[in-house]
Design a protein around this ligand. Structure first.
Ligand code: NAD
Length: 343
């Protein structure tokens, strides 16, 4: 059993905890919180030992009936791997503690590549993560980009990618973030950070990205244009996506043309938290002519990186050397089959 601690039990951390608990070869030794809020009660309900970043706040937790197992350092002493899912830039401040304790650590996309010196995507570089002490799982957008770019690159060779990201303004629970009524260029300058971030995983790819933020919470939407080195076939692209364990086709027959309908579909299918772990690529948007491939893909920002964290844990622990096998184990434990199999 790989003993896993989750430092930062928020949007990503609570999902990673449940995904770890679902695996047969892993165990949640604890989760950490800063405040006694609703998520802390969910941790209690799930039976995850609750640790706190600032031990002086123990009385505030215990006053509302939340048993505190100890400090974050206590939690870390009991683990083989910590998944740091604290807010962006906070994770970096935890590195000295992980180094002191000599434990393996995974950071999220809100941290810079340099924090771990290695950026991970199961599809692209699982083997290079085997046995590593430090790994960074790239952001939700970068994860979605890496999966499809790597797949097309292996089949046709990628000459250049141009991707436009229409990003959700906030996660559903974040009531203080916006925008409420604006399309915000984020950033105004080109390229956005997503292109360079893809290079942290796939350094040989030529890519330009642009990004904006809109008033929605559900998902990101990517408009992607790939120039391939060899002529591209629409049918073959659909086949490649369909065969991929972490990409899904939103079939024309479903009549879905928005993130809202997609999330509704995920809810109706009974996915936990309506999570969509896969790239959701709209069948009808796939356009292939000569060396040009275009399509729209929706990315559920809260979910796609969760399964990647599980594979990263397994690779770092060195217990499974084969990427495809780890992906299959992770998916099966979550009962996850990509979306095209449900319509
Ligand atoms: P979040 O704010 O939802 O959760 C962070 C949690 O960490 C909160 O529960 C907070 O109380 C806790 N925390 C804060 N400081 C702490 C500390 N010092 N010690 C322990 N816990 C602490 O954040 P999130 O959205 O889950 O993001 C976490 C990381 O994942 C970031 O790097 C982010 O960029 C990345 N990420 C987020 C998303 C997303 O859409 N939410 C997607 C992909 C990657």
């Amino acid at each position: 059993m790989i003993r896993v601690a989750i430092n930062g039990y928020g949007t990503i951390g609570k999902r990673v905890a449940d995904a770890v608990a679902a695996q047969k070869d892993m165990k949640v030794v604890g989760v950490s919180k800063t405040r006694p809020n609703a998520e802390a009660f969910v941790a209690k309900q799930r039976g995850y030992p609750l640790y706190i970043a600032d031990i002086s706040k123990k009385p505030a937790f215990e006053k509302v009936g939340l048993k505190v197992a100890g400090s974050v350092e206590d939690m870390l002493k009991n683990c083989d791997v910590v998944v740091d899912a604290t807010p962006g830039a906070v994770g970096a401040t935890n590195k000295p503690l992980y180094e002191k304790l000599g434990i393996k650590a995974i950071w999220q996309g809100g941290e810079d590549h340099e924090i771990a010196g290695f950026s991970f995507n199961s599809d692209c570089n699982y083997k290079d993560a085997i046995g590593r002490q430090f790994v960074r799982v790239v952001s939700c957008n970068t994860t979605g980009l890496c999966r499809i770019i790597n797949t097309i690159d292996k089949e046709y060779g990628v000459a250049h990618v141009h991707a436009i990201m229409v990003r959700r303004g906030s996660d559903p629970g974040e009531i203080k973030k916006g925008p409420i009524d604006a399309v915000v260029l984020d950033p105004v300058t080109v390229p956005s950070h997503h292109g360079p971030d893809v290079l942290s995983v796939l350094p040989h790819i030529s890519i330009t990205t642009m990004a904006m933020i809109v008033p929605t919470t559900m998902m990101h939407m990517h408009a992607i244009q790939i120039t391939t080195k060899k002529p591209v076939s629409r049918d073959r692209v659909i086949e490649l996506i369909t065969k991929h364990p972490r990409m899904g086709i939103v079939k024309k027959s479903a009549g879905i043309k928005s993130t809202a309908e997609l999330k509704e579909f995920a809810m109706d299918l009974g996915r936990q938290r309506a999570d969509l772990y896969e790239n959701c690529i709209f069948e009808d948007s796939i356009y292939a002519k000569d060396n040009e491939l275009c399509f729209f893909q929706a990315i559920h920002q809260e979910a796609d990186v969760v399964v990647e964290n599980i594979d990263a844990i397994r690779a770092m622990a060195g217990t499974e050397k084969d990427a495809a096998k780890s992906v299959a184990i992770t998916n099966a434990a979550l009962g996850f089959v990509p979306i095209q199999n449900s319509h």
